[in-house]
Ligand binder design. Structure first.
Ligand code: NAD
Length: 277
C-alpha cells in the first residue's frame, strides 16, 4: 500500500473503495470483501444513503477502526444543518471520528458548511476536511476567505479527463487530488479498449483496469474504484508491484480528452438533477 501525506500532515491511502450506488447487503458484503483484500480506505457519502451499510460492512470485517481511513461527504441540501448531519454520519458509520469529511458539491451555502467543518475539525471529530467537485475559481475563493485550506478536492478524474489545469491550481495551494470515477464508471467505456492501455496491460501482465488506476496513482492521485465483483475488488487493489516508465506515462497523458463523462457542476443538466433529486 502507498500513502499520500495531506497538507495537515496526516497520511491517506492512495487507493480506497468507492461505494456510490451500493446499498443493502450488496454494499455491506462489498465493503467487507474490500477490507478482506487489503483496502483500508472507504469512500461513502450522506447522499449515497449507505453509510449504515458501510458501517456494518466494516464491523463484519472485524478490522480495528484505527487501521481504517473513512471518507464521507455532506450533501449540499444539508449545508444549513452540517453539524447535525456529521453527527448522523458518525452514528451511521458507528464511529466517533471521521478521517476525511468533504463538502459534496459547491452548491447552496457551502461557505457556512465549510465553517462548520472547520469547527468540527478543531474539535477533533474529523481528522481532515476537504471538498468535492470544486472548480479552481471556487476552490481559490474558499481558500481566500476561510482559515483551513481543504486537504482534498475529489473530482472526476480518469484517462479521458485528467484534470491537469485543476491539478496545477490544487498543487499551488497544497490541495491533494482525489479521483472519482477513476475507471470512467466501468468497462462499457472505451478507455478499457485503448490500444496503448491494452499493450501496457500485456507488457506488465496486468489488466486494463490496473493500467488505468496505476497511471493515476503514479501521478499522486488518490483513486477509489467501485466494484461488487470479488475478482475486480481484488484486481483493482493489486497495483503496486509494477511501475509505468516516463515514456509510458506520457503516452497515457496524451490520451486526455479533457471531457468529464459525468458532467461538471455548471452543466444545466446536472444542476437540474441535483435540485430535483
Ligand atoms: P468507477 O470509475 O469506480 O467505475 C465503477 C464501474 O467499473 C462499475 O460498474 C464496476 O463494475 C466497473 N469495474 C470496477 N472494476 C473493474 C475492473 N477491474 N474491470 C472492469 N470493470 C470494473 O465509478 P464510480 O463508482 O462512479 O466512482 C468511484 C467512486 O467515486 C464511487 O463509488 C464513489 O465512492 C465516488 N464518487 C464520487 C462522486 C462525487 O461527486 N464526489 C461522484 C461519483 C463517484
Amino acid at each position: 500500500m502507498e500513502y499520500l501525506t495531506l497538507n495537515n500532515g496526516i497520511q491517506m491511502p492512495l487507493i480506497g473503495f468507492g461505494t456510490f450506488m451500493l446499498g443493502g447487503e450488496t454494499c455491506k458484503n462489498a465493503v467487507a470483501e474490500a477490507i478482506e483484500n487489503g483496502y483500508r480506505m472507504i469512500d461513502t457519502a450522506e447522499a449515497y444513503g449507505n453509510e449504515k451499510e458501510v458501517g456494518e460492512g466494516i464491523r463484519q470485517s472485524s478490522i480495528d477502526r484505527g487501521e481504517l481511513f473513512l471518507v464521507t461527504k455532506v450533501n449540499f441540501k444539508s449545508y444549513e444543518n452540517a453539524e447535525q448531519t456529521v453527527m448522523q454520519s458518525l452514528a451511521n458509520l458507528q464511529t466517533d471520528y471521521i478521517d476525511l469529511l468533504l463538502l459534496h458539491w459547491p452548491f447552496a451555502n457551502y461557505y457556512g458548511a465549510w465553517r462548520t467543518l472547520e469547527k468540527l475539525y478543531a474539535e477533533g471529530k474529523i481528522r481532515a476536511i476537504g471538498v468535492s467537485n470544486f472548480e479552481p475559481d471556487q476552490l481559490l475563493d474558499l481558500i481566500a476567505y476561510n482559515k483551513v485550506i481543504p486537504a482534498i478536492n475529489q473530482i472526476e478524474t480518469n484517462l479521458y479527463c485528467q484534470r491537469n489545469t485543476e491539478r496545477s491550481w490544487m498543487d499551488k495551494k497544497q490541495v491533494s487530488h482525489m479521483a472519482y470515477a477513476p475507471l470512467g464508471q466501468g468497462n462499457r467505456n472505451e478507455m478499457f479498449q485503448e490500444p496503448t492501455v491494452l499493450s501496457l496491460a500485456e507488457k506488465y501482465s496486468k489488466t486494463p483496469a490496473q493500467i488505468l488506476l496505476r497511471f493515476l496513482t503514479q501521478k499522486g492521485i488518490i483513486v477509489i474504484p467501485r466494484s461488487t465483483k470479488p475478482e475486480h475488488i481484488k484486481e483493482n487493489f493489486d497495483l503496486f508491484d509494477f511501475e509505468l516508465n516516463t515514456a509510458e506515462l506520457s503516452q497515457l497523458s496524451a490520451l486526455d480528452k479533457k471531457e468529464p463523462l459525468i458532467g461538471r457542476p455548471e452543466t444545466p443538466e446536472l444542476v437540474e438533477f441535483s435540485l430535483t433529486w
